[in-house]
Design a protein around this ligand. Structure first.
Ligand code: G3P
Length: 217
């Protein structure tokens, strides 16, 4: 399963890239709006850092506006994937942009029916939001299981990009269910590394070794 960083913060992304685990980045207007600089400049620099798919979202809500913005975003860098919100305008814009071989990430997906329509119009990625479903007492990972089943049955090429991830269990469950990608805030990626027994085990190894170095002879 590929791992994307769900952030528009260059420092956060730059800190994770050397680990060799980052396959791409997802941004959204909320994340980008916190970065101060020109959003297009920020996106360009993220592309240079990551050398993988970087999702950038349109803010237009009409088809013509989404397609126009989509072309502009795609022109920023070959790594850019245009993000459109699910809905009739978003589905139509995805259909049109995909016909121009512009990669599209259909976002704000909350049902299997929405994910089905996104795949039918040639989306490169479909982004179901698991955390926001959990927030309303609807098990987000059940949706991922349904989408994996539907996409496999229809042999869709659209990749399932699990979004609105809140912690390591969302990542583990997404991988177990066969999702293609998981996009995680840096905090959730850091948490993937944690296990107390790893720390305790290393501490003991090093202590034993140090003690052995002090033994005479
Ligand atoms: O970038 C899309 C998504 O991952 C944001 O989700 O719920 O953490 O705001 P959330």
């Amino acid at each position: 399963m590929k791992l994307f960083v769900d952030s528009a913060n260059l420092d956060e992304i730059a800190a994770l890239v050397p680990l060799g685990i980052v396959d791409g980045v997802t941004t959204n207007p909320s994340l980008l709006s916190t970065q101060g600089d020109d959003p297009r400049e920020v996106l360009k620099r993220i592309c240079e850092l990551v050398q993988g798919p970087v999702s950038a979202e349109v803010v237009a809500t009409d088809v013509e506006g989404m397609v126009r913005e989509g072309r502009e975003l795609a022109a920023i860098d070959p790594h850019i994937v245009v993000k459109v919100p699910f809905g009739k305008p978003g589905v139509q814009a995805c259909h049109m942009l995909a016909a121009e071989e512009i990669r599209v990430n259909v976002t704000l997906v909350f049902s299997a029916a929405q994910a089905l329509l996104a795949a039918k119009v040639g989306a490169t990625f479909a982004s179901p939001f698991v955390g926001r479903l959990d927030d309303i007492a609807t098990p987000g990972m059940d949706l991922i299981g349904q989408i994996v089943e539907i996409y496999e049955a229809a042999a869709f090429s659209t990749e399932i990009l699990v979004a609105s991830v809140r912690g390591p269990m969302h990542v583990v469950e997404a991988a177990r269910l066969g999702a293609d990608i998981c996009t995680c805030p840096p905090k959730a990626i850091d948490a993937l590394f944690n296990h107390p027994l790893t720390d305790i085990g290393l501490e003991k190894f090093l202590a034993d070794w140090a003690r052995a170095q002090q033994r005479p002879g």
